[in-house]
Design a protein around this ligand. Sequence first.
Ligand code: F6R
Length: 351
Amino acid sequence: MDTRLDEQSVYSLDVQGMGDAIKNLPLMLKKGREIGQEEEPLRLIRGIDRVAFLGMGGSAISGDLIASLFLDKLPLHITVVRDYNLPPFLGKKTLYFAVSYSGDTEETLEACTQALKLGGQVVAVTSGGQLASLARNFGSPLLLVPPGFQPRAALGFLFGAALAYMEKLKLVPDLSSQWEETFSLLEELARRYSPEIPASQNPAKQLALALEDKEIIICATPGIAAASALRWKTQINENSKLTALVDFYPELDHNEIVALSLRKRNSFLLTLRDKEEHPRTALRVALTTKIIKPFLLGAEEIMSQGDSRLARLFSLVILGDFLSYYLALLQGVDPTPVEAIRILKKRLSEK
Ligand code: F6R
């Protein structure tokens, strides 16, 4: 009998508590929201037309997820910069969110310094480090989140704080009812996917078992599904220590479909979807899947759950987080450490 995903095996391998952090996503999101709500609102200069998230990895993804909520809803352009340099289309009329959980990520610190030099308004979201010092020195708003987690496990804090602060600044509409729905849906999903629930009744464990030893291909429709797909990929990279291919509809129908329709590997296709996708995109998913499925070992469509966009977004995020967690455990790997990232950062800091 396969006991690798039984509660006891899970917790004996996960010694640093990644499973608890994932289970606590609803609580962390609540806490993050409170942090954003409590901070004094910045007096915005007139004519803010862009919001730029400056960050990397598990911190930057909060920007992608926030942007996906408003893509077709607001005249405000929300962009994510994952680099040292700011693109020239950003300037004084941009509101910058410098997001680094550790506060010590060099690309984020450099981009943030450039934004401050430009005279841009910067909000820092961090648990401390040099970013917190920079924000204090410049008198910038500082959304200080609790320390002690892996950055990717602190998504609830970072996302919650930044989005609640955007609401406070009235850059985005009031989301109170969406938050309420999100908290209760996430609590329910966290219970349903948690290690205590056996594989026979646990969709996250079942998905991990279906994907075991396969090449993982994630395709997503635009909007919240696409942003969630990025989170699935990075969580599979860092928690499961596996690669995953990611591509997006409708663009993939103009290139990737060719390769996928001739794939001779051990591939499993996951398609992340949302009810607001364009009807032609829905048709594309059906037709594309039909063309490529004979070449795959398996395929599954995952539809977001819930009513509001925020709830639907997090219904996908939490499933991906648990999936990446169980994929690590199936391989006998501790989901928490990310040794290669740690070593690289150490070597860079010595240069
Ligand atoms: C580690 C993780 C990484 C970090 C990234 C940037 O758990 O998710 O992707 O997020 O190396 O570090 P921070 O988030 O501290 O700026």
